[in-house]
Ligand binder design. Structure first.
Ligand SMILES: NC(=O)c1ccc[n+]([C@@H]2O[C@H](COP(=O)([O-])OP(=O)(O)OC[C@H]3O[C@@H](n4cnc5c(N)ncnc54)[C@H](OP(=O)(O)O)[C@@H]3O)[C@@H](O)[C@H]2O)c1
Length: 272
């Protein structure tokens, strides 16, 4: 596994697993929680150590259970969760603190590696208020790193300017066809790691066909091309799969180098 160093000195694996439908009936996002850990056990077996969950996914307890069931030491995992932006979670500082404590309880862990604000709140000042509560958990050692998700340049820039602890990472949607390149560039210029979500799910057929073409010359799959491209661009990726073969494929991306020409082609897919 490769790692990136975050701006607080800590290391983050460049590939993790998404989980938003794990441990749920019919693998349905809104499905009943089954506490079935098979998808995560399969990912952990394949050496996935970064696990991306959120309060909104309702499956923090499933992640905690899978980590405990594995023979891998807690210290080897990198657990990310997120606080939602809805009123009940952030109305007062006490609400925010309560839900962070609840994440720790659900995960049944002494600490969380990375805690994100899932979506920006109504104003930059509100983001900063919630952020300050998260900072107190970093001070206490209950959260190791804090970051954001779905923040644009203005929202992220405000936090960077005014926060005591700088965000380590911004998680947002990015895939060939919609890289969100200006935001990637802004993150990198400010030493904030860009983390891609939905690297694979949202691709249109035309783009996928072009990627399949590129993949042939490397003897790889289109998903491996996408993930290799993103990691090579300095992003962290969190593909999710319920399929052991796909999980295995998605983490097997370190044994080839895309040509400059193919990198340029993939970068320009936003304009297809
Ligand atoms: N911060 C946010 O607001 C936000 C929003 C959305 C998602 N997320 C996070 O990002 C994670 C990833 O996003 P996502 O789950 O929506 O989408 P994704 O990881 O881009 O794609 C998942 C889909 O791709 C398929 N897939 C995975 N690997 C494949 C492969 N090698 N070949 C072919 N198909 C493959 C999966 O099907 P199979 O199961 O059949 O393989 C699944 O249908 C989420 O689980 C969640 O943790 C965050």
């Amino acid at each position: 596994m490769k790692y990136l160093k975050m701006n607080n000195g800590m290391m983050i694996p460049v590939i993790g697993t998404g989980t938003n439908t794990f441990g749920k009936e019919n693998n349905d996002f809104g499905g009943k929680i089954t506490y079935d850990t098979k998808e995560l056990r399969s990912a952990i077996e394949l050496d996935y150590r970064l696990i991306d969950t959120a309060i909104f996914y309702r499956n923090e307890a499933v992640i905690g259970k899978a980590v405990k069931e594995s023979a891998v030491d807690r210290s080897e995992f990198f657990i990310t969760t997120k606080i939602p932006s809805e009123k009940e979670f952030k109305e007062t500082d006490e609400h925010v603190a309560h839900y962070v404590e609840k994440s720790l309880e659900e995960l049944d862990m002494d600490y969380i590696d990375l805690y994100l604000i899932h979506f920006p709140l109504e104003t930059n000042e509100e983001n900063l208020r919630v952020w300050r509560v998260l900072e107190t958990f970093v001070d206490k050692g209950r959260i190791k790193s804090i970051g954001v998700s779905n923040f644009n340049e203005d929202q992220l820039g405000y936090l960077i300017k005014h926060a005591r602890i700088k965000p380590v990472l911004n998680q947002f949607q990015s895939y060939p066809g919609k890289h969100n390149q200006p935001l990637i560039d802004f993150c990198k210029a400010n030493d904030v790691i860009p983390e891609a979500y939905q690297s694979l799910a949202k691709m249109d057929d035309k783009t996928k066909d072009k990627l399949i073409d590129i993949a042939k010359s490397y003897n790889k799959t289109w998903s491996q091309i996408v993930l290799n491209y993103q990691v090579n661009e300095g992003m962290v990726v969190i593909p999710k799969s319920h399929n052991h073969q796909h999980q295995s494929e998605n983490i097997d991306i370190f044994d080839f180098t895309l040509s400059e020409k193919d990198i340029a082609t993939i970068k320009n897919m936003d304009n297809l």
